[in-house]
Design a binder for this molecule. Structure first.
Ligand code: F6P
Length: 331
């Protein structure tokens, strides 16, 4: 048996732990593993890496992905699916394990629908893939964001300022909510709960009137300002999956608060800092369990499925179900 493995979309801490587990499990079963480089781009224009235990034995604690990644979408490339199918054949693959978020997995599903033997593993710091309690990278991103918010609180308290921290997470507020709560932020703004600037200003004024001298606000990059023209974005460009580049809501909000209240307000955007660095023990363990489960699915001839975490157990769900909707915070 010869299995391909790829990582697509944004990098995330824990990807290497999953790759390592896949290689180790394959070795146990006597399967060969081929690493496909640069996500789906590596299936369009083949770029591979033969994976053996020697290549992966020391990567469990390293962030990013040794296979590299991209946001390439074969469904947006003329003849993309056919080209991927040809590469699958040329590489003599029996199955492909795709590790990624909803974008990468939506391609996996399309390929599975076309008859290819594909298994999915959920990864994204955003944690917005349905049918799983957690995706690879989320726990690490939350912990990193929590430490950043705590550091900024020290500054805000010492200088008696307000600080607005903009946290990644696209259209789901999981990272902002979890890191904000864990760090004791005064206010957390998430996409699931549109807000008005005037309400934020009122909240700040009330806190200050009660004697508080500093304030920490966590805002998700995709938070929605009611009555505003749309999301706050870097520019109008979109990637191959149709996503805009979010960013700027923290700066915007900080200016609005400072103008309305006269209180010095700083904006900090950790951006990709929360997507890098060594994975937490939780992410390493979960990614390892996902990797093992994915190879076991292949061994059992079960495809079109995604491995998932539910109440501490590793389970499998149809890719179609996992991709039917985005997992948002339940109000
Ligand atoms: O999907 C993960 C994520 O980090 C989002 O939180 C963020 O909006 C996006 O990727 C940024 O993507 P890029 O690294 O391509 O700018």
């Amino acid at each position: 048996m010869r299995i391909g493995v790829l990582t697509g979309g944004g990098d995330a801490p824990g990807l290497n732990a999953a790759i390592r587990a896949i290689v180790k499990r394959c070795e146990k079963y006597g399967f060969e593993v081929v690493g496909i480089k640069y996500g789906w781009a590596g299936m369009l224009k083949p770029e591979t890496l033969e994976l053996e235990y020697e290549n992966v034995k020391d990567v469990v604690g390293i962030g990013g992905t040794i296979l590299k990644t991209s946001r390439t979408n074969p469904l947006k490339t003329p003849g993309g699916i056919k080209t991927v199918a040809k590469t699958f054949k040329d590489l003599r693959l029996d199955a492909l394990i795709a590790i990624g978020g909803d974008d990468t997995l939506s391609v996996a599903k399309a390929l599975s629908d076309s008859g290819m033997n594909v298994v999915g593993v959920p990864k994204t710091i955003d944690n917005d893939v349905s049918e799983t309690d957690a995706t690879i990278g989320f726990d690490t991103a939350v912990n990193t964001a929590m430490h950043i918010i705590e550091s900024l609180r020290d500054m805000a308290e010492s200088h008696e300022r307000i600080v607005v921290v903009e946290i990644m997470g696209r259209h789901a507020g999981w990272i902002a909510l979890h890191s904000g709560l864990a760090a004791g932020a005064d206010l957390i703004l998430i996409p699931e709960e549109p807000f008005k600037i005037e309400d934020v200003v009122k909240f700040v004024e009330k806190k200050m009137a009660s004697g508080q001298k500093s304030l920490v606000i966590a805002v998700a990059e995709g938070a929605v300002i009611a009555d505003y023209k749309g999301l706050v974005t870097k520019d109008t460009s979109v990637d191959q999956f149709g996503h805009v580049r979010l960013g700027g809501i923290g700066e915007f909000l900080a200016k609005e608060i400072e103008n309305a209240t006269g209180i010095e307000t700083r904006a900090v955007t950790p951006a990709h800092i929360i997507r890098g660095g060594p994975p937490t023990a939780f992410d390493r363990m979960m990614a390892t369990r996902y990797g093992i489960a994915a190879v076991d699915l292949v061994k059992g001839g079960k495809f079109g499925l995604m491995v998932a975490l539910k109440a501490g157990e590793i389970v499998t769900v149809p890719l179609s179900k996992a991709l039917s909707k985005m997992k948002n915070i339940n109000k």
